[in-house]
Design a protein around this ligand. Structure first.
Ligand code: RP5
Length: 289
């Protein structure tokens, strides 16, 4: 059954006592830069000052919306949030909870708290910006591996996710992303492309589990715009469905590869909340054994 964004239900943050940190620039510290050093966030270093319920009189967030968003492309909202009348409805429903709107600016309030930036930053929409993360795993001998992509914007390894297009179901997005991002073979060898297409369709015909639906600790988040995702696991326990999915290994931007999962290593770092999603996949696969 296709999952739809509007089927959002329970409060969903990555973990029970979750306090976002990448959304405050803590992971890539150099003084809390936002968007590859375009601006410096107002520092929200103290975890205790993140929640809106905690007063923070000296909080002076920096206003920032990237010029590509302000230029008004089709995927972006109008600049004045007061023109938007369907917050908390349809595609603007949050998987976390009903979010509040600022009384003066009409801008939504990030349900995970302060980030040090107001406006939309690099994100097109006020409120939730919905994505889909297809997490494809397989056993390679005794090693659990997943399909990882090296992001072009910041060079971090990630699950090959993508924004959900308006009116599209999450399931379709998962498939589209996988074909677009992971299947470079399609242009190069038409016969192999057909085999690959069939493998992808077999793989995506049977999602293993919805691992997560909710807020993402994404470095692009602001006080008024944030990422949310549906992370769906597609686990190929026998290796049959993924045996034709030969990925082009490499470490260049845009590279896609089967990456061994090593949750014991501090070097196993991934974009946004993706390490948490991998942990969920690990728990699921080994619990199922
Ligand atoms: C993350 O951003 C999501 O988890 C998803 O992987 C990704 C979608 O954004 P783009 O890759 O389309 O920029 O928050």
């Amino acid at each position: 059954m296709p999952l739809s964004v509007s089927s959002a239900t329970a409060m969903s943050l990555p973990t029970k006592n979750f306090i976002h940190s990448k959304a405050r620039g803590l992971a890539n510290e150099p003084r809390f830069s936002y968007a590859n050093n375009l601006i410096a966030r107002f520092p929200v270093e103290n975890d205790n000052l993140v929640k809106w319920s905690t007063p923070y009189d000296d909080y002076r967030p920096v206003e920032y919306t990237h010029k590509s968003v302000l230029a008004g492309p089709v995927w972006a909202d109008p600049g004045d949030a007061r023109e938007i009348k369907d917050f908390n409805e349809g595609k603007r429903v949050s998987f976390t909870r009903k979010y509040s709107l600022d009384e003066v600016s009409g801008r939504p309030e990030n349900p995970a708290g302060r980030t040090g930036v107001i406006g939309r930053g690099l994100l097109g929409q006020y409120g939730p910006n919905h994505a889909a993360d297809p997490l494809v795993t397989r056993m390679n001998g005794s090693v659990l591996e997943f399909v990882a992509i090296k992001r072009r914007d910041n060079g971090e390894w990630a699950i090959p996710g993508g924004m959900v297009d308006a009116g599209q179901t999450v399931s379709q997005t998962l498939k589209r992303e996988f074909l677009e991002e992971a299947q470079n073979l399609l242009d190069k060898d038409p016969d192999q492309a057909k085999i690959v297409e069939k493998s992808v369709s077999d793989l995506f015909a049977s999602p293993t589990e919805t691992l997560y639906k909710g807020y993402v600790d994404d470095p692009r988040n602001t006080d008024n715009a944030w990422m949310e995702t549906v992370c769906t696991l597609f686990h190929d326990a026998s290796g049959e469905m993924t045996k034709n999915l030969k990925l082009e290994a490499g470490d260049d931007a845009g590279a896609v590869k089967w990456m061994p999962i090593d949750l014991k290593s501090d070097d196993f770092k991934l974009y946004a909340s993706h390490r948490d999603f991998i942990q969920r996949a690990w728990d699921f696969v080994y619990k199922a054994e």
